[in-house]
Write a new protein. Structure first.
Length: 351
């Protein structure tokens, strides 16, 4: 079975083709991605209308590229999967509309996928895929969550961000330091030149006894420190960036280890854009090795939004029998769809 996946939730247009068999991990046949970073840099952030228009321009050429790379045709596709939510409403509508139009034209079933589930299952695309069950650290621009994952569609939230997510803390702190867009990667690069112990910054909720996250206070502390430095800020910017990154990573590592202890599990999966952060990976690798825990990540080029994770999530849901593709091409999108909730009646489906 060949699943075509389309991702258009924010500022990346992604298309991929995944092959699913009766048993075993589905195989990525081809994928293509276009990032809108250069277009949005002039505005210091994502402009939804521009994002939607660019998705329209990119999605069909990317689809043709994927089909050519895999040696397939549209007629070979068995299911068309797309990101139904969460994300920017206009951007989601582009991918959903194209996917359902292709499904209708080909008389093939379609399947709407949760964007965060795509991230959650993306490590199965790696050369070292995990096995169920595991603890997942889902850490991206808009979400920071710890979950117990017992199988496809069987997710229990252990803790989550109650205000700013880790990715937001990176991005907002970078903006305070004048690093531009996208802020997170820029701050991480600058942090490599600085001293992570140069400034004493808060680790919010580190000793709260819960697995929830809060990073808004850290952002405020960075602003306060930047104002204190005044004219010295430029000379100390790398140190402040390194100290900020260290505070975020400390919290993520400590909470992840606490989740593993609480659940008794010995396998950790890290997914989402922040999962590409080198400092986070190094700290988690060291900590997990000390606790005899296996840790899994997506490949670096699949940490950001991409069509491969959507096609993979669809393949795994179909393979596990927790989802059935359909030929109802009257689509809608769910910009604020909570992972684990029924998209039609919002009742929880978490374990």
């Amino acid at each position: 079975m060949l699943i075509l996946g389309i991702e258009s939730s924010c500022d990346e247009t992604g298309v991929a083709l995944v092959e699913s068999k009766a048993a075993g991990v589905p195989l990525l046949r081809a994928h293509a991605l276009h990032s809108q970073i250069e277009m949005h840099q002039a505005y210091g952030g994502v402009v939804p209308e521009l994002a939607s228009r660019d998705h329209i321009r990119r999605v069909l050429p990317l689809t043709r590229t994927v089909l050519e790379q895999s040696g397939s045709t549209l007629q070979d596709v068995d299911v068309v999967a797309y990101t139904r939510g969460p994300g920017l409403a206009g951007a989601l509508l582009v991918g959903s509309g194209v996917a359902c139009a292709l499904g209708a034209a080909l008389n093939k079933p379609v399947l709407g996928i949760h964007h965060l589930e795509g991230h959650l299952l993306s490590p199965f695309l790696s050369a070292d895929p995990p096995q169920f069950p595991f603890v997942a650290l889902l850490v991206s621009g808009g979400h920071t969550q710890l979950m117990q994952v017992d199988g496809v569609g069987r997710y229990t939230i252990l803790g989550e961000s109650i205000d700013d997510a880790a990715g937001e803390a990176f991005d907002k702190s970078a903006k305070l330091l004048g690093l531009g867009y996208p802020g997170g990667p820029a701050l991480a690069r600058l942090a490599e030149q600085g001293d992570p112990a140069a400034f004493k910054l808060p680790r919010p909720l580190l000793h709260s006894g819960t697995l929830d996250f809060s990073f808004s206070g850290l952002k405020t502390a960075v602003l306060t420190q930047a104002k204190k430095l005044g004219d010295e800020l430029d000379a100390r910017k790398a140190d402040l960036a390194a100290s900020t990154q260290a505070a975020i990573v400390d919290v993520l590592v400590k909470k992840s280890l606490s989740a593993l202890t609480q659940t008794g599990m010995k396998r950790l999966v890290v997914a989402g854009g922040v999962g590409a952060n080198r400092s986070l990976r190094e700290r988690l690798n060291t900590a997990c090795s000390q606790h005899q825990v296996r840790v899994h990540y997506p490949e670096l080029d699949l940490c950001t939004d991409n069509g491969a994770m959507i096609a993979m999530a669809a393949a795994m849901r179909l393979q596990a029998g927790v989802e059935h593709a359909n030929r109802d091409y009257a689509f809608d999108v769910k910009p604020r769809w909570l992972l684990g909730s029924d998209p039609n009646n919002h009742q929880t489906m978490l374990s």
